[in-house]
Design a protein around this ligand. Structure first.
Ligand SMILES: Cc1ncc(COP(=O)(O)O)c(C=O)c1O
Length: 356
């Protein structure tokens, strides 16, 4: 792979005690283009702005997909990726649904990404909860105003040092279950990481924020009865000592890699786990009869995000664990981050060490 190095590193310009999500980028990025029905060679180049046509298809019709993954600096100083092959596989699944050409060789795609991380690993912060957030993405490049599948594309990977999305310490957040808006419907794109999914969610999230909640909890598109997911997180509820999370079989929810990992850890800990539809009504009833023991979101950016309050259209807020971090969320947080930061043994073989 061709590598062009930035002559002077930006590392010293970054205040690692104040990392805003996506404010600073590392020295380099990875670029690969698609034309004449084939992906070209990848190159690592200095991170910089680039020119696109005002008629670029992505700007007008949003033919664009992305991934989000992280590298963690362990307590031993070693930088580790977490299940990165899952992100590459999901990128290809998103590509297929959005009529974007898939990356032909997932192993090579991962190897190239690892090369980029290895080069810029000094940008990985060292404190608990922080990480190097890695953003692979593909977008259409044709300048063409007709609605059509683009013939040309660009794949890029950029990286930014970050703190946890919802604050440095494990703290609760509030969410609002909306019946007014819908995130995804059967046959749509809810199960893939298409940029368009996020564009349409912003207005609803803004409305929730105006009501005093941090995020929207999306309900199913048909009856607005069952939980789908929240912002950039999958949802987990603990009722009667059973961890319950919405099933993926409706095709309206992103198959989160954190979700899968949390379910795996929970089963390994001997917890009862159910992947099934869960209605808002069931959560309200469990809250009223004292069997709702915990609620948290899972996601790469959010990590484990305990939920302390759930609002909804026609009733009083559900308060969980007195709006403090619940016991199940705390156990999962310690287990997951323990593996990611090399604090506990990686018993599932999930991490990939970056060579110094
Ligand atoms: C809509 C949505 N749901 C769930 C998730 C969690 O997925 P993951 O755990 O793979 O980050 C994300 C974040 O990627 C997301 O954007």
């Amino acid at each position: 792979m061709k590598v062009t190095k930035r002559p002077i590193s930006k590392l010293s310009q970054i205040d690692f005690t104040d990392l805003k999500f996506g404010k600073h980028y590392t020295d380099h990025m990875l670029v690969k283009t698609y034309k004449d029905k084939a992906w070209g060679d990848s190159a690592i180049v200095p991170y910089e702005d680039f020119l696109i046509s005002p008629a670029n298809i992505t700007l007008h019709y949003g033919q664009s997909i992305f991934e989000g993954m992280k590298a963690f600096r362990g307590v031993d100083g070693i930088v580790r990726l977490f299940r990165p092959e899952k992100n590459i596989a999901r990128l290809n699944r998103s590509a297929e649904r959005m009529a974007i050409p898939e990356m032909p060789d997932e192993e090579k795609t991962l190897k190239e990404l690892i090369e980029l991380v290895t080069m810029d690993q000094d940008f990985t912060p060292g404190h608990m909860g922080s990480s190097l957030y890695i953003r692979p993405f593909i977008f259409a490049m044709d300048p063409a105003l007709g609605v059509k599948i683009s013939d040309t594309y660009c794949y890029m990977v950029i990286m930014t040092p970050v703190d946890a999305y919802y604050g440095k310490n494990l703290q609760t957040l509030s969410i609002y279950a909306t019946k007014q808006f819908t995130r995804a419907a059967l046959g749509g794109t809810g199960h893939v990481k298409a940029a368009a999914n996020y564009a349409q969610s912003l207005y609803a999230a803004k409305k929730a924020q105006e009501k005093g909640y941090k995020q929207i909890m999306w309900l199913d598109y048909l009856e607005h009865k069952y939980v789908d997911e929240v912002g950039t997180m999958n949802m987990m509820f603990v009722i009667n000592d059973t961890l319950i999370t919405p099933t993926l079989d409706q095709g309206t929810i992103l198959a989160g890699i954190t979700r899968e990992s949390v379910l795996h850890i929970a089963r390994d800990l001997g917890w009862k786990v159910e992947e099934r539809r869960i209605s808002l009504e069931e959560i309200i009833t469990a809250s009223k009869n004292g069997t709702l023991q915990d609620c948290f979101g899972t996601g790469t950016a959010a990590t484990i995000a305990p939920v302390g309050r759930i609002g909804y259209d026609d009733g009083e807020d559900i308060i969980i664990n007195n709006d403090t971090v619940g016991p199940y969320a705390k156990i999962i947080y310690d287990e997951l981050l323990g593996i990611q930061y090399g604090k506990i043994e990686d018993r599932f073989g999930w991490t990939v060490e970056i060579k110094k």
